[in-house]
Design a protein around this ligand. Sequence first.
Ligand code: GDP
Length: 436
Amino acid sequence: MIETIVALASGVGRAGIAVIRLSGPSVRFGLETIVGGVPEPRRAVLRELRQPASGELLDEGLVLFFPGPGSFTGEDVAELQVHGGRAIIAGVITALTALPGFRLAERGEFTRRAVANGRMDLTSAEGIADLVEAETGSQRRQALRQAGGALERAASGWRERLAGLLALMEAEIDFPDEEDVPVLFASIRAGAEALLGEIEAALKGARSGERLREGAVMVIAGPPNAGKSTLLNALAQRDVAIVSPIAGTTRDTLEVHLDLGGYPVTLIDTAGLRDTVDLVEAIGVERARASLERADLVIWLEAEDARTAPPSLPAPLLRVHAKQDRADSPLPEGFDLALSARSGVGMPELLQRLEQAARQALEGGETALVTRERHRRELETIAAHLATVCAADEAAPVEFVAEDLRLAVRAIGRLTGKVDIDEIYDVIFREFCIGK
Ligand code: GDP
């Protein structure tokens, strides 16, 4: 028996209003018991919420009812908008979960049910998770597209076409002696080539798509005492890093999330990159090296009293001369920028450079279809199978080519969470009169 799930849909903690959500077969019963009736679908009504056993008033609030299967989850759904006090939320949730057939929802369970009931596919569900996590405008726009089914629609189109190719292929296996076989083969190859082109185009945007979702990574590195922690604090406009004149104080990597012109950036302050005998510090140095490897930009900081030329790194480098308020000369040879985190000199220019680098790393990510490594992996699998199909000539065993197409269809099934063999059969039986 399917249970009816209950959860606080709004944030935890005191708030003006809290939204409690219910989904499942017993929602009507729950509403009758707690608010004395089921309101008209999709109309907000003001109701008293009462403890069923004692009749004690819990709160007064807005009640909404969304009948299945047209609801978010595909089941009957209700939303209770109550006052956001802890005691009210606890009282209403306890009263509901005490009813037969009710329990607390697990993480993501509402969306999970929506996927299970065919209201959306996995990629759209991921988009909903991204919407909740979005920290900047560009991430929000990306998540809205994904939740709106951008990849879902593309994938379902690819899937249909793949199934069509597979149907042609099956005909070739079933009727190998017919004259139109070479023609069939040519049209299968043409179809596979067109699909491959589209999937490769989607994969091209994968890097910026994934990067935008996760945020660009920028690392502040340089010799101890160059002013890295001070710079991080100035950029973050809050005290996240320990600033101290003693070398080696920053023993670990510290992260802050920044919004640079709508682009999300994770800024990492590294421990001073130097040989060290201190074990704790050595761990910090190791992590610093690791973050340097995956950085979109390394801000290499030096100062008059802390000079070490940057090592050669795979990431783009911005060489910055810090503590400029103390320096006599303007910009020393070989540096891109001079600044003082203390006086603020050069800070606007640095921010401009960082925003530029973020844009370079993330541009195109908003409209990218691929936003996760998971998507990329499956699309790469599909592309590899399609490439095999394209490379096959008439001498290739048709069963092998069919197998590649089948594996490509299966990868799309994993991508969208929909694996439906019947769908492929439908195409076969619709397009070919097997009983002839
Ligand atoms: P880190 O080891 O690279 O993280 O360096 P810190 O940020 O801890 O700074 C080392 C020392 O330099 C501290 O005493 C800071 O107060 C000082 N410092 C940092 N930035 C500036 C600056 O812009 N101007 C001046 N005059 N001193 C600074």
